[in-house]
Design a protein around this ligand. Structure first.
Ligand SMILES: NC(=O)C1=CN([C@@H]2O[C@H](COP(=O)(O)OP(=O)(O)OC[C@H]3O[C@@H](n4cnc5c(N)ncnc54)[C@H](O)[C@@H]3O)[C@@H](O)[C@H]2O)C=CC1
Ligand SMILES: C[N+](C)(C)CC(=O)CC(=O)[O-]
Length: 326
């Protein structure tokens, strides 16, 4: 792959497909000070896009705009070719239909200047399946965002079988420069990482609703008043390391490992063999990055309190209904 510029030098980004996610990307890139061109074939697309960006802007101002950031730096073009003609990075966010993505990425590959990386927002299609018709498939990557892309930092980056490793690295670096938190995957994992985790939860939730075991309200409350509060501070791994008290993840696995086999879940449990046990314990040590269990406990508690306060669930909170205030 011949690169047109370094990730640090990108000034102009093209967003193709400007619905919920494409519009969110436009808002994000504008707030980060880029010039943005956008194209979407829907007749009402420009009006919808401008409404979305205007609505997001106050939050983005609160978070802090990059120097020179302005909605005035958005240009909505009449054609796909115009949108990408001078782009230094392209983000595709068209509907999640494999044939459409394949055709669109092939067209984008033909219209975009040589060497410019093109990323798809797909929620789960492997790039291998979408790059089959492209003339220069090496520059096509997945850059999977979370809704809304202007507030949720995570982007999952992965290439396909015909993607150049350099393009994956370039995209990851570019997203970091654009203020995102990036997970770079070295292989195509079904559903990427975060969506695969979300899907597992979602599938169990649907099982429970379908069988009458829980209401939709129970499902949502079980996360917002339970594990969800901790997950904003620490992921499921370190959160469960704290369930092992001073013994951390090793004690947690000794204590609760056997219950993996309990018939809670509709998904099959993995064998908790020594390799998995050791990988999970070592992974938690690595993720703790020198923080002790006591450090993690106080960090989690501070974080949960901040989230409770920010969401109006503590006496004295600024927003929403105050928990326990009635
Ligand atoms: N909605 C979500 O929560 C998330 C969606 N995604 C992914 O982002 C992509 C877009 O999804 P949404 O924004 O939710 O869909 P959406 O339906 O809100 O927007 C899709 C946009 O694409 C436009 N479009 C239709 N045909 C097109 C074409 N041939 N070329 C370019 N644009 C075209 C439509 O006019 C529409 O404005 C999908 O790949 C989806 O899987 C990724 C993360 C989260
Ligand atoms: C519902 N969804 C699969 C499109 C969600 C995502 O892909 C990511 C998100 O925003 O949760």
């Amino acid at each position: 792959m011949t690169e047109t510029c370094a990730p640090e030098q990108v000034r102009r980004v093209a967003c193709v497909g400007a619905g919920v996610i494409g519009g969110g990307w436009v808002a994000h890139f504008l707030a980060r000070g880029y010039d943005v061109t956008a194209w979407d074939p829907a007749p009402d697309a420009e009006a919808r896009l401008r409404r979305l960006v205007e609505a997001a802007w106050p939050a983005l101002e609160q978070l802090g705009l990059a120097p020179g950031a302005s909605i005035g730096r958005l240009t909505v073009t009449a054609t796909l070719e115009e949108a990408v003609a001078e782009a230094q990075f392209v983000q595709e966010s068209a509907p999640e239909k494999l044939d459409l993505k394949l055709e669109l990425l092939t067209k984008l590959d033909a219209a975009t200047p040589a060497g410019v990386v093109i990323a798809s927002s797909t929620s789960g299609y492997p790039m291998t399946d979408m790059q089959t018709e492209a003339v220069t498939p090496g520059r096509l990557v997945v850059g999977h965002p979370f809704n809304p892309p202007y507030l949720i930092p995570l982007v999952e980056v992965v290439g396909g079988e015909r993607t150049d490793l350099e393009a994956v690295r370039w995209a990851s670096r570019f997203y970091e420069m654009a203020g995102k938190s990036v997970i770079t995957m070295d292989r195509e994992v079904p559903g990427f990482i975060a969506n695969r985790l979300q899907e597992a939860l979602w599938r169990e939730a649907l099982h429970m609703v379908a069988s009458g075991e829980a209401t939709v309200r129970d499902i949502d409350l079980s996360i917002t008043e339970g594990p969800g509060l901790r997950w904003a501070i620490m992921g499921p791994m370190l959160t469960f390391a704290l369930a092992g008290g001073e013994g951390g993840m090793a004690h947690m696995l000794d204590h609760f490992g056997p219950s993996l086999k309990s018939p809670w879940t509709r998904l099959e449990a993995p064998e908790l063999d020594k390799a998995l046990y050791d990988a999970v314990v070592a992974g938690c040590d690595d993720a703790a990055d020198g923080r002790t269990i006591a450090d993690l406990v106080s960090e989690r508690d501070r974080g949960v309190i901040a989230v409770l306060r920010a969401t109006g669930r503590l006496p004295g909170s600024e927003t929403g209904t105050e928990a326990g205030a009635e």
